[in-house]
Design a protein around this ligand. Structure first.
Ligand code: PFF
Length: 458
């Protein structure tokens, strides 16, 4: 083990930091709108299955790789395999971290900016979604606004990572995560007590199977990766600061539980309010920034709830973006022996440069497209639909087929001794999932994302 490498101070610190990474824009911005567009409950049902049969096994595997090697993704693969091929798979994770940061900080910047919009009371002028849409466009067309809030959000991210694993990430998560839970529960209670809320609940509970297609299944699987921060080494990096005596099995279950329950609560809070105010649930990515401001104007106490909501969204995004930046920083600290503070300053700056074209995709370089997609869309597509599943595929192949289960079990057993003694079937089930289910299903997703399945089945 490296000398003086940082560690989490407590098990709960790790769980809060890792669930902070998982719970983010994916849960509160993406999940409700994808569910809204894909038939509500039916999508959610498929998504839950994906989380259970692929998300959980890969999450356990990623944390295990990190805890065993006490390294960043590149170092972890190199240490266990001694091969530059596998080290470069870790390198793809570091690259994916940058790419996700480049669009994530922009959406997070909108969210930060919308806290101030909410405070200014401007939402009161919106009685229709069109006026909210025009306002959103005016803001995102404004280069100073969009670049300014992207930079402000990035500076917050850098400040936390700069302070270190315990003093920055762990301490920040211990403050922000409970705040996030409290705000979300307040919003859910508000949503549920609005007249007409039952239509929103029904939308989330009554499946409409007519809307489900093969594409829905793939979308659910891709989203399972994104929401659990899998496939690029974020969980591996957080796992690398974990003590050997903490159980990976129980921690993973807790992280998955928190991530899933938060997405569902966010869905309840949002859809009850959307239905109670007579708005359209399938508005797409604009659900949060266009539909919700109109919803807030139509509810009692909307002023306070709108501020709370965008604060919640910003906190969720911040606890995720710190994990994205930490992957990059851990690589430079472990492998290149850089000082953490220097790495944060330099790579925070580099992140700003890569985020700039994402921010400008809404104004100055709106018309610069490649295959019909602008820079922002390409970054999102490349990371979420290609790099993360690709990373997840290789992580599961590595664990099941390269590392060897005899060694895997020795590591996994640390901290989970009683599970191995009393419920070995759980471990055996995990083995089957990581060995067969995960690689095969992820492979199918990748093929379909690349459009190859369409060609075959046409
Ligand atoms: N899990 C985060 C979300 O749901 O918003 C996004 C994310 C964070 C993806 C960190 C990947 C990652 F490494």
């Amino acid at each position: 083990m490296q000398k003086n490498r940082e560690q989490w101070n407590s098990k709960i610190g790790f769980i809060l930091a890792a669930s902070g990474s998982a719970i983010g824009l994916g849960n509160i911005w993406k999940f409700p709108y994808i569910a809204g567009e894909n038939g509500g409950a039916a999508f959610i049902f498929i998504y839950l299955i994906c989380i259970a049969i692929i998300g959980l096994p890969v999450l356990i595997g990623e944390i295990l790789l990190g805890r065993t090697t006490q390294r960043n993704p590149v170092g972890a693969f190199r240490k266990l395999s001694n091969s530059s091929f596998w080290a470069s798979i870790g390198g793809l994770g570091v690259l994916a971290g940058f790419i996700i940061l480049s669009f994530y900080t922009v959406v997070a910047g909108w969210s930060l900016g919308y806290i101030f919009e909410a405070i200014s009371g401007v939402f009161y002028d919106f009685n229709k979604i069109e006026s909210a849409g025009i306002h959103f466009q005016t803001l995102t067309n404004n280069v100073t606004w969009i670049v300014g809030f992207t930079a402000a959000f990035l500076l917050l991210t850098m400040a936390i990572v700069y302070a270190g694993v315990q003093k920055g990430i762990e301490r920040g998560s211990k403050i922000m995560m409970p705040l996030l839970f409290v705000i979300l529960i307040i919003l859910m209670i508000k949503g549920l007590t609005m007249p007409g809320a039952e239509k929103g609940v029904a939308f989330l509970l009554e499946p409409n199977w007519d809307n489900v297609t093969g594409e829905t299944v793939l979308l659910a699987l891709g989203h399972a990766f994104f929401t659990l921060s899998l496939g690029m080494g974020a969980m591996m990096t957080y796992g690398s600061y974990m003590k050997q005596s903490n159980s990976i099995m129980s921690s993973s279950l807790q992280i998955i539980f928190l991530d899933t329950i938060i997405a569902l609560i966010a869905g309840v809070a949002i859809f009850t309010a959307v239905f109670a105010t007579g708005q359209n649930p399938s508005e797409g990515p604009g659900l949060i920034f266009l539909t919700l401001p109109v919803v807030f104007t139509k509810m009692t106490g909307g002023y306070i709830f709108s501020i709370l909501f965008f604060l919640l969204l910003s906190i969720a995004a911040l606890t995720s973006s710190i994990s994205l930046l930490e992957v990059v920083i851990a690589y430079f600290v472990d492998e290149k022996k850089w000082d953490r503070k220097k790495a944060v300053l330099i790579f925070g700056g580099v992140t700003f440069l890569v985020a700039l074209p994402s921010a400008l995709s809404f104004n100055l370089i709106k018309d610069v497209t490649f295959f019909g997609l602008n820079y922002f869309d390409i970054a999102d597509y490349l990371a979420s639909n290609i790099l993360l599943p690709f990373g997840g595929l290789f992580i599961s192949i590595f664990i099941a087929w390269i590392w060897g289960f005899d060694k895997v079990f020795i590591e996994l057993k640390k901290g989970s001794e009683s599970l191995f003694e009393k419920h070995i079937w759980v471990i055996n089930a995990w083995k089957v999932f990581i060995k067969y289910f995960a690689p095969v299903l992820i492979f199918l997703v990748l093929l379909s994302k690349l459009g190859i399945l369409d060609v075959i089945f046409k």
